[in-house]
Design a protein around this ligand. Structure first.
Ligand SMILES: Cc1cc2nc3c(=O)[nH]c(=O)nc-3n(C[C@H](O)[C@H](O)[C@H](O)COP(=O)(O)OP(=O)(O)OC[C@H]3O[C@@H](n4cnc5c(N)ncnc54)[C@H](O)[C@@H]3O)c2cc1C
Length: 384
């Protein structure tokens, strides 16, 4: 098990206390209503947790990657939907950390520091896994770009103060013509659509973004024209472990709920249905702990400045798959009670972990390419 420092443990405890006081009591209500509500941002404002990735010199909490993962595990435990709100805001900030100038960072982070959230818009109706085939354009016009097109399934979009939007500055070049922009809420021509239904993470806000001749100053371009795909890929490397952390928290919650139910259902341990069930609980525990350790290892690599791109993909894939298996197993072990109670939320919430921020199939493509890459002279088999 990762040996956490006193600072890590303190932040983890604070996140757990916040989740217990604010998130857990309202998670089921928001799952039923399918609505995000900004009370979450108000409740979180005192702790400034939405600035956890913002550098200290810009006024943020500046948590290292492992600390961010510990916080997100607690939020995932409490409610994966509200955890997604936090993770998606950090995802948008990561693009600015990757490619923003100091002036752009100050401007982008200002609303976050004031208690707002960010949103990241890459996906389009025909450009999900194949992010480079998007159709939205941002065409230069004097000192501005004119943005046209749409983005779909964008987390936080209805409540975000500030967005990072990817659009083609040179459509003829395809993905090599993709660029990234800061887009502030409320620009004329920028409207928000809806998403009618979600299987899980129903307390998070997911919307469509629509752009009709939206004027954006050239000062909002992140990096250079044509660097959008590179910025998006680096951003997602940084951000995918957040999904791993939510997944670990979610899986742990399902296991804890399952154990609590079994104690209640079989107060006399002699009447528990035998080793088959107990071994399943043991397997769930093993899977969760192994997933958590892969995540922590990935975060320690990032904090040490070492390459972590493949580990990021492995952590996301493994933790999301574990969340799906464990939550499904928990429902199975609880029988019809699991299927019909609010506990089925965990299984519904788990499915998206395998889909957003790059599906698990796409992560397996990345990982298999690394496995098959020619080994350097001093072969490094097995990651040693
Ligand atoms: C609740 C929710 C929140 C989201 N939040 C955001 C957000 O904040 N910002 C944002 O930009 N996007 C967001 N998304 C979009 C999400 O990231 C994409 O849906 C995801 O990347 C998959 O794209 P797709 O749905 O177009 O699936 P597709 O790309 O159409 O894939 C469909 C299936 O085919 C498989 N597949 C596709 N290509 C390959 C391949 N080459 N090899 C093997 N299998 C393949 C996929 O794995 C998947 O199983 C969100 C989506 C949801 C549902």
């Amino acid at each position: 098990m990762t040996l956490l420092t006193p600072d890590h443990l303190r932040v983890k405890e604070e996140a757990r206390a916040f989740a217990a006081a604010h998130i857990i009591p309202r998670a089921a209500e928001h799952d039923r209503s399918g609505e995000f509500h900004p009370w979450l941002l108000e409740a979180a404002s005192a702790s400034r947790i939405f600035s956890m990735a913002v550098p200290r010199e810009l006024g943020g909490l500046d948590y290292d990657a492992l600390t961010q993962a510990l916080v997100l595990e607690e939020w995932g435990y409490a409610c994966a939907g509200m955890g997604t709100t936090l993770a998606a805001s950090v995802l948008a900030q990561d693009s600015v950390l990757v490619a923003g100038t100091e002036e752009q960072k100050r401007r982008f982070f200002e609303p976050i520091l004031a208690g707002g959230i960010g949103a990241f818009g890459l996906t389009e109706p025909n450009a999900g896994s194949d992010a480079g085939s998007g159709k939205s354009t941002a065409i230069k016009d004097g000192d501005d770009y004119i943005l046209n097109g749409s983005k779909c399934w964008i987390t936080n979009g209805g409540f975000a103060s500030v967005f990072v939007i990817y659009a083609l500055t040179d459509p003829a070049k395809g993905m090599k013509g993709l660029s990234a922009f800061i887009v502030e809420k409320g620009r004329p021509g920028f409207t928000i659509g809806t998403v009618d239904h979600k299987l899980g993470i129903r307390s998070s806000n997911t919307v469509e973004l629509l752009f009709k001749d939206v004027r954006i100053p050239a000062a909002n371009l992140l990096g250079k024209e044509g660097e959008g795909m590179k910025i998006a890929m680096k951003t997602l490397d940084m951000a995918r472990p957040a999904i791993a952390a939510l997944s670990v928290g979610l899986a742990q919650r399902a296991l804890d709920a399952c154990v609590e139910h079994l104690h209640h259902r079989y107060p006399d341990p002699r009447r528990q249905p035998g080793q088959n069930l107990q071994f399943k609980l043991a397997d769930m525990r093993i899977e969760i702990e192994a997933a958590r350790q892969l995540l922590h290892h990935t975060m320690l690599l990032r904090d040490a400045g070492a390459p972590y791109s493949v580990e990021s993909a492995m952590a996301k894939t493994n933790c999301a798959d574990v969340a799906m298996r464990v939550t499904s197993q928990a429902v199975q072990l609880m029988g019809s009670y699991g299927y019909t109670s609010e506990l089925s939320k965990y299984m519904r919430d788990a499915k998206i972990m395998q889909i957003y921020e790059g599906t698990n199939q796409i992560q397996r493509l990345v990982i298999s390419r690394a496995v098959l890459a020619p080994a350097p002279a001093a072969a490094q088999k097995g990651g040693h």
